[in-house]
Design a protein around this ligand. Structure first.
Ligand code: XBP
Ligand code: MG
Length: 257
């Protein structure tokens, strides 16, 4: 017996907004410069570094992979944590300045889901401060309260592609994976969502359009808007002429995808 759709669970970076290139990347570089480091992540380099989720994990990977010249101090992990706090400060300042808009269709879908009484949650690798800043500055001042659970960052030991953050969100909501639909933009994201048993809708972006989205119920170039239709890149269901992603399509993907 199919379970009715109860909740939508959203990734943040790359899914709610294109935060990586002009947000996180800039903030990392500002933190590096402020600390007097000669580290700089240009757009293509950052694309490669996105293979590792989590800012602290990404910095550690960068040093291990690309900076054999850097002599790691004994307190390297603490230095990375300090750098990461500075990066979060720069990133939230960028958001407060209105630097990063939501992706097309996100506000419309969230509003429709709320009006229909669907439950909403977030499952992300990024820091809670970053999520709340994005919601407040790019969605609505009270948008944090739209989400029943915001599962973020270090609340679980293993970040995506591990399923832990989705397991955590589902447990906090008291829901089973079969009752929810996940929204992701990346290969690490879909691996996490699928490993937690969630049907998943992908909206690709410039950094992720060539990722492997095997197992996705639907792969779109974005949620689309009535006047700005999506392009469907792969679909497990017949789209029957749908041009933008709304709740009716969410229910069909959940039921049949
Ligand atoms: C997002 C990330 C994050 C951000 C940086 O992945 O990889 O690490 O780039 O965030 P996903 P922090 O969208 O799959 O959750 O620096 O706050 O860790
Ligand atoms: Mg993402």
């Amino acid at each position: 017996m199919p379970q009715p759709l109860q909740a939508l669970i959203f990734d943040v970076d790359g899914t709610l907004a294109d935060t990586e290139r002009n947000g996180h990347r800039i903030a990392f570089n500002r933190a590096f410069a402020e600390a007097g480091l000669d580290w700089h992540w240009d757009v293509p380099r950052y694309g490669k570094l996105l293979a590792v989720t989590g800012g602290k994990e990404r910095m550690t990977y960068y040093v291990d992979r690309y900076r054999p010249d850097y002599a790691k101090p004994a307190d390297f992990a603490e230095r990375v944590a300090v750098l990461h706090r500075a990066k979060t400060r720069h990133y939230t300042a960028l958001l407060a300045g209105g630097a990063i808009p939501l992706r097309p269709g996100v506000r419309r879908l969230l509003a429709e889901a709320r009006a229909a009484g669907l439950r909403l949650a977030i499952a992300t690798t990024t820091t809670l401060d970053n999520v709340t800043a994005l919601l407040a500055h790019s969605l609505a001042p009270d948008a944090e309260s739209w989400f029943e659970v915001i599962a973020a960052g270090d609340v679980v030991p293993a970040k995506k592609p591990a399923p832990d953050i989705y397991h955590y969100a589902l447990k906090r909501m008291g829901l089973r994976a079969e009752e929810c639909l996940a929204f992701e933009d990346s290969q690490n994201g879909i691996r996490a969502a699928r490993a937690a048993g969630l049907k998943t809708v992908i909206t690709t972006n410039a950094y992720t359009h060539d990722h492997d989205f095997h197992g996705a119920a639907l792969v779109l170039d974005g949620l689309g808007e009535p006047d700005r239709p999506f392009q469907a890149l792969a679909s497990a269901i017949a789209l029957n002429g749908a041009r933008y992603f709304d709740l009716a399509l969410a229910r069909r993907v959940h039921a049949d995808g």
